[in-house]
Every structure is written in C-alpha cells, then in structure tokens.
Write a new protein. Sequence first.
Length: 184
Amino acid sequence: MTTQTLTHAPSLISQFVKPLLGSLLITLAAQVEILLPISPVPFTMQAQTVLLIGAVLGARHGFMSVLFYILEGMVGLPVFAGGGTGVLHLIGPSGGYIWGFALGAACTGWLVEHGWGKSFFKTASSMLLGNAIIFAAGVTWLSYLFGFSKALQFGLYPFVLTDFLKVLFISNFFPIARRVAKEL
C-alpha cells in the first residue's frame, strides 16, 4: 500500500461504514411495527429514521443507506417490517414506501446540505418534504395495486397526522445525531 492509499483509507471506510450503519438503523426502525386492521401497510418508525439519516449523512450517504437496506432485504436478511425479506416484499403493499425512502432521504439530505438544517423549523420542514416524497411513492404504488381511492384510504389518511408528529419528534434529535455522526 502506498502512503497516499493509507491517508485515504479512513475516508473510504467511513464512506462505506456510515451508510451501512444507516441501513442497520432503518432495520431497527422497521421492527417497531404496529399493524392496522384498516391497512396492509403497518405503522413503523422507518420513514422518520430514513429522514433523520438523510439529514445527518447528507443526500448521497442517506440514499446509499436505503439502497444497502433494500439490498440486504433482497438477499434474504429479515430487515423489512415484520421480518420480511426478498423481492416479493418490495413489490407488496409497502414496496412503494420502501423505494420512496431512498428519494426521501436524498431530498432531506440535499435540503440540509443547502442550509435547511440550521434551525428546528428548517430541519423539520426538510423532513416533511422528504416525507411527502415517501407518501407520493407509496400511494402511487398502492394506486397501482388497489386503485387511487383505496390507496388514499390504506396508505395516506391513517398516517398523515402521526407522520407529522413523528417528524416533529425526530427533528429534535438532529443536532445530537449530527454530532455523533461527525465522531464516526
């Protein structure tokens, strides 16, 4: 190994480790699950965890965290809500939301990188926009599976208020999470 390679090794490792740790946090958040009798999509803490990861790690690493999470599930690791695995989970009712996580994390990360992380209000606003992207992807996929009115009934209405409150809650952890991530 050359001296130049050694000096870049820590940054290369952190480029991989931070998104991998992000994917593990998403996995943990997926296990906090409440099943609803009115929806095939469960309540979880995934979306808000994804948004926090995007805000803390930035657009690129937030996006990579979600891609690692998806790949882990595709290869058979029980990372999805309910211990779900495989490609079939990604085309089921929750699939649109899972794919939307990548875009939501990237959007939130990009906004924070461009000054939207300087106050609680701006951080929460960036996360709410990221959450809207996740909803758009999830409801679009549910519309394909069940039709638009059922998609709203199953995938939007039961979640809007609780997701708003969860985003306000998780936004409080942004300064702490950012400091911890800088130490890695």
